[in-house]
Design a protein around this ligand. Structure first.
Ligand code: ATP
Length: 443
């Protein structure tokens, strides 16, 4: 798993060394630069995923140079007993946050986590659609073929892309480029690099991510957002196995594995003219479809338990089990924001829960709505939508098992309610038991 590349900018002192040590302890790969000039040089040559810069440095000037040279890297300001105006000026100039030094372990870890998608194992979950996606991902991982990972927002596409890289046996680095919400020329420079003088602010040569990736992998998040000129450059790089930096003529070999993700239907994008058909053919030779959370049946519970445990550990709070009512609520909600929404909701519950268990009342959505209130005001949303995307076989199995539990295991009563014969019921239960599914004992 590749580490986050963090660049620490400021005059070295004990606080800075401690910050670097803590960042390394949180899994980052840290390099240090004494001055903004040195930092820019390092960024041009190697890039970084996160910059942390002392407010004693000219942060607004540094940010302006980042913008001019088209570096989309997130920046955090930090300072040792810095006056408040300095911190405010840094934030105004575009720094994402201010971290006071001497550093606290938690603040540094949170700063790193804020720019990095968390990286769990993507093998959690047993639903056949996930197993299919994982099997395909495993099969293509060792080949160099580009992979297109499709799925709804927040469903785990990047997590899957990282798993593909991890399984590929390719060494690091694994670089991630966000294609949506980044100005076209900034992204193009970020990917392909540029030569000195390529545009007015291009003071020096810059090495782009495709070059930095070497023989590693590069994830293009939301590839459908690429501008037409970047699409053309990327297609040429794939076909020719090389490219030139912007404003340059020297060919740079392109050997990295491309893993593109999309939550947009790229066939639609091709039809509407915003995405090149020939690029889609190249990127989408192998496709891995990550299912939405509501298609994943019981995986919701398994994921929620895993997330609650991990988040409680991270936050240093007690790991509490879910109450039955909490689990029923989680299983019934359709999760339009998928695993990301579940993760956020479980995280709030982990922090809010005050009893011995996490209860149904502890779940709050990001807009402040309590899940339990939503269930009461819109019960249909829970009942019908949670079924959409699931197979008839799954729904039937769940219906039978739940009815049986309600009837305290009584086969005759349950089959009467379900309108099936006791014999059919017994046959169904036998297949469940053979598949390793727990069935209420007969009374
Ligand atoms: N199998 C999994 N187990 C635990 N957590 C997961 C799993 N898959 C995804 N997540 C978590 O869910 C969140 C969303 O995952 P990820 O970023 O991979 O989704 P995405 O589809 O790429 O999102 P987006 O469409 O918003 O870019 C992340 O915080 C990730 O850690």
């Amino acid at each position: 798993m590749s580490a986050i590349r963090m660049l620490l900018v400021g005059v070295p002192g004990s606080e800075f060394r401690l910050a670097a040590e803590l960042a390394r302890g949180s899994g980052a790969d840290v390099t240090m630069a004494d001055t903004a000039d040195q930092a820019l040089e390092m960024l041009r040559a190697e890039g970084a995923d996160l910059v942390m810069i002392d407010v004693e440095t000219d942060v607004p000037g540094f940010m302006a140079r980042l913008r001019a040279e088209r570096f989309p890297v997130p920046v955090l300001a930090c300072g040792i007993e810095a006056p408040a105006e300095r911190a405010v000026a840094a934030i105004r100039a575009g720094a994402r946050d201010y971290v006071p030094l001497p550093p606290q372990r938690d603040l540094i870890a949170a700063a790193i986590a804020s720019v990095v998608t968390r990286k769990p194992s993507s093998s959690i979950g047993a639903h056949p659609a996930v197993a299919r996606a994982m099997a395909l991902a495993g099969a293509v991982a060792p080949t160099g073929a580009p992979v297109l990972v499709t799925g709804e927002k927040g469903s785990g596409k990047e997590t899957m892309a990282r798993a593909i890289h991890d399984a590929s046996g390719r060494g690091d680095p694994l670089l991630v480029a966000e294609c949506a919400g980044v100005a076209a020329e900034v992204l193009e420079s970020d990917l392909f690099g540029h030569e000195a003088g390529a545009f007015p602010a291009a003071a020096a040569r810059r090495i782009g991510r495709l070059e930095q990736a070497g023989t590693g992998s590069i994830i293009l998040r939301e590839v459908g957002a690429l501008a037409p000129t970047t699409q053309a450059r990327l297609l040429a790089a794939i076909i020719e196995g090389r490219f030139t930096r912007i404003g340059g003529t020297e060919p740079v070999p392109f050997r990295a594995r491309l893993i593109a993700t999309t939550s947009m239907d790229l066939e639609d994008a091709v039809e509407s003219g915003s995405f090149r058909a020939d690029l889609l053919v190249r990127l989408g030779l192998v496709r891995v479809a990550v299912p939405s959370l509501r298609e994943r049946g019981d995986d919701v519970i398994q994921l929620a338990r895993h997330l609650a445990e991990r988040l409680a550990h991270n936050d240093g709070v007690l790991v509490r089990p879910f109450s039955d009512a909490a689990l029923a609520l989680l299983a019934g909600y359709p999760w339009p924001g998928n695993i990301r929404e579940l993760e956020d909701c479980v995280h709030r519950a982990v922090l809010l829960a005050a009893g011995t268990e996490i209860d149904a009342g502890d779940f709050v959505l990001s807009d402040g709505t309590r899940l339990i209130d939503l269930e009461q005001s819109e019960p249909n949303r829970f009942q019908i939508e949670s079924l959409v995307g699931r197979t008839v076989e799954e729904v039937e199995r769940e219906l039978i098992l739940h009815t049986l539990v309600r009837c305290q295991g009584n086969r005759t009563s349950a089959s009467n309610i379900l309108g099936i014969s006791v014999r059919t019921m017994r046959n169904k239960l036998r297949t469940f038991i053979e598949a390793g599914i727990a069935v209420s004992p007969a009374i």
